[in-house]
Design a protein around this ligand. Structure first.
Ligand code: 9WN
Length: 450
């Protein structure tokens, strides 16, 4: 496929998944609105229509919880009950949680990594680069700013009562990298109680070898039961949730999101006290990530708060300091060395030198299984964006070029087998189409100066 054909197909995928003001994550497997998907989708949409991109974020934040949480799923009231599990009926009891929003649409009680402020700022920058819709984009930022500030405040307080600068999660779904070996030891420590009978609709859409196992799903569903039982109460979950972990990838994204929000604060002329708060959160986030450095792996590692020990695994999340654009010079050098090495993109058996979600050198590596090995275009985008910002332009360009080669099959797969390049999971995945649009944008917005 030529670049212009990729652009046309990607735009068609987003059109097809447009549910009228918000975008489903994919046509069959994921018929609802997912939080971090929407942020990436907005970045892609901005190249087609900045107003529609703003609408994507706006519609998501209409379902923000009273405590500031942006829910991980906003359920599509028109999706049939058998389309996704756990769906709105399953989460319905969480709708009675004191902080849950009122209104017809139900949400899940979890959250996902906070990419939203990055997307919101990109909408303005893209509008500026195109010379179109700038005033509207500024108005949008004015409206969205307090909501994003409340969201970040929730993460910095309820999800970090220790003031460590690191985001706590109660469920692997909150990390967005669900069955990654990052979480295996913590998940193995979870004792499953009584769970309702359930049917996995995902297995009707995708080959089971590409999805999490039954062992993992039982734990996922048990954790949902525990979380619902507490009314999604953060204080209680801190005491009782059998899975409680510090997530370095979400924390790195939060550092960048706080930087973006600081820029937005300037655009909307927010009170100076907010600027100081945002700066403090950025510093705290950087310091927290520094604490998670593993000299043995040359990567950053998550932390299991329940067991009181680091979760050592060679996964894409280990590049968190690079994503946050922070850390000691020697650590950043180590990260780049590991990225280029056989542990990640230098593995000679790879179809393209693109980072597998889990290193082929890791014990839990499975080349077809979801976050245990496949290459995820959206993660390539995040690394590409971070490399550019760290002035690693050559590496960034290489990552982008190979990613586009991968996507020239026109399937817009959710993830790809690292050795064969086969598209896996869902086809026509919205965020894959969105990042392709951003990579191929000719308005110069992707090359914004650091
Ligand atoms: C559970 C929608 C989402 C992504 C996640 C990805 C996957 C859901 C699932 O799909 O998770 O939230 O059912 O597997 O892991 O990152 O946001 O694309």
């Amino acid at each position: 496929m030529r670049p212009e054909d990729i652009i046309a197909r990607a735009a068609a995928v987003l059109r097809e998944n447009d549910m009228g003001g918000w975008t489903r994550a994919s046509p069959t497997l994921y018929p609802h609105q997912w939080s971090w998907d929407s942020a990436f989708i907005a970045i892609g949409l901005a190249h087609l229509d900045t107003g529609r991109a703003a609408g994507e974020i706006r519609s998501l934040t209409e379902h923000q919880w009273e405590n500031g949480k942006i829910p991980h799923i906003v359920f599509n009231p028109d999706a049939p009950p058998e389309s996704y599990f756990p769906g709105p009926e399953h989460w319905a009891s969480a709708a009675n949680a004191p902080d849950a929003p009122t209104g017809p649409a139900t949400t899940s009680g979890l959250c996902q990594p906070p990419v939203h402020a990055l997307a919101a700022l990109r909408i303005l920058r893209i509008a500026e680069a195109r010379g179109e819709g700038v005033a509207e984009a500024r108005t949008f930022l004015g409206q969205i700013y307090p909501k994003l500030l409340a969201w970040h405040r929730y993460l910095a307080t309820a999800r970090d009562p220790e003031g460590s600068g690191l985001v706590t999660i109660y469920h692997p779904w909150e990390s967005g990298t669900d069955n990654s070996p990052r979480w295996t030891p913590a998940l193995e420590r979870v004792e499953v109680g009584e769970i309702p009978d359930y049917e996995r609709h995902d297995l009707g859409h995708v080959d089971p070898s590409e999805r999490p196992t039954g062992y993992e799903y039982d734990r996922f569903i048990w954790l949902v039961e525990v979380i619902k039982e507490t009314g999604c109460d953060d204080d209680v979950l801190y005491e009782e949730c059998p899975f409680l972990a510090k997530d370095v990838l979400a924390s790195a994204i939060l550092v960048r999101a706080n930087e973006a929000l600081l820029e937005i604060a300037e655009v909307v002329d927010a009170p100076k006290v907010d600027w100081a708060t945002l700066r403090a959160w950025i510093e705290q986030g950087r310091a927290g990530l520094e604490e998670c450095w593993s000299p043995d792996l040359g990567l950053c590692t998550d932390y299991d708060l329940r067991a009181g020990e680091p979760l050592a695994a060679r996964t894409i999340a280990g590049f968190a300091p690079l994503i946050a654009g922070t850390g000691r010079e020697d650590h950043l050098r180590d990260l780049l060395r590991i990225l280029d090495s056989r542990v990640f993109t230098g593995n000679p058996d790879l179809r393209w030198p693109l980072p597998p979600s889990t290193s082929p050198h890791e014990r839990g590596f499975r080349p077809r299984s979801y976050w245990r090995g496949p290459v995820w275009p959206v993660m390539n985008w995040l690394l590409w964006w971070s490399l550019q910002r760290s002035d690693e332009r050559k590496r960034a360009a290489r990552l982008k070029d190979y990613s586009l080669t991968q996507l020239s099959d026109g399937r817009f797969g959710e993830y790809y087998e690292p050795f064969t390049g086969e598209a896996l999971g869902s086809d026509d995945q919205s965020w894959t189409a969105a990042v392709a649009l951003d990579w191929l944008a000719e308005d110069g917005s992707g090359e914004e100066p650091v």
